[in-house]
Design a protein around this ligand. Structure first.
Ligand code: AMP
Length: 248
């Protein structure tokens, strides 16, 4: 079974983003970029399936600027087999990403697409669901455990108030939640080996997909700053304050 893993290049999760003075978005100049953390989890899970003999090939795809090739290289260094870079310099919204991924699925015919539950830059949490709908495939979102059976997959999902386990027919779309696994670091020999693994260059037009944005960002603002705290003189005073604030 072939596994397709979409990987997005996003602002590194450690970076404190700044809003541009004109409010049109966040400042990305000289900001560290990395693979979306949920996509690292997806790559790790695909590698584990390959190690268990349940996957035969792992193909990673990224839609983004030329530098997104580095994100694919990271996945190749972790253990993916080859990459596809669909080059586009501007924002690509989830529906356009899902349409491109559908075209990649039609060409590659994977048995499983495993992607992040959300990209931490725009927090859309839409692409996996849209891809499943476009393909007419079952979907197991927010996965914290997956088990492959012969032609089905069991996905334990993190839902409000607990866990839900669903059994889905393959081929299927799975999106990863934080607790699915802990991604490995790429070893130096694997980083060297990844340099020789192939990355195919494509464009959205190669897949016949129109990527012009449909949404307009009206305004971007910083979150409100936290108010200064107060020091209390004793535990009794703290309890009083909590009671008067309605917390206790
Ligand atoms: P989103 O719906 O934007 O929150 O993204 C959910 C998941 O879709 C991400 O974790 C990625 O796996 C995938 N994805 C979104 N945008 C891209 C992109 N430009 N290139 C590759 N994968 C993407």
């Amino acid at each position: 079974m072939k596994v397709l893993v979409p990987v997005k290049r996003v602002v590194d999760f450690n970076v404190k983003v700044r809003v541009k003075p004109d409010g049109t978005g966040v400042d990305l100049a000289n900001v560290k970029m990395s693979m979306n953390p949920f996509d690292e989890i997806a790559v790790e899970e695909a590698i584990r399936l390959k190690e268990q003999g349940k996957a035969s090939e792992i193909v990673c795809v990224s839609i983004g600027p030329a530098q997104a090739a580095e994100t694919i290289r990271t996945a190749l260094a972790m253990g993916a087999d080859r990459g596809i870079l669909v080059k586009h310099d501007d924002t690509v919204e989830p529906l356009a990403v899902a349409k491109i991924l559908k075209a990649v699925v039609d060409a590659e015919k994977p048995g499983l697409v495993i992607l992040g539950k959300q990209a931490i830059d725009d927090d859309c949490n839409q692409t996996g669901q849209m891809l499943a709908a476009l393909l007419g495939w079952p979907q197991g979102t927010f996965a914290s455990k997956i088990t492959i059976e012969s032609d089905a997959i069991q996905v334990t999902r993190e839902v409000d108030g607990g866990l839900q386990t669903v059994k889905l027919k393959m081929p299927t779309v799975v999106t990863t939640d934080l607790r699915l696994n802990e991604p490995r670091y790429a070893s130096l020999p694997n980083i060297m080996k990844a340099k020789k693994k192939p990355i195919e260059d494509k464009t959205p037009a190669d897949y016949g997909v129109e990527v012009a944005p449909r949404l307009k960002v009206l305004k971007t603002t910083e979150p409100a700053g936290r108010k200064a705290g107060v020091k209390v003189g004793s535990p009794a005073e703290l309890v009083d304050k909590l009671k008067s604030a309605g917390v206790l």
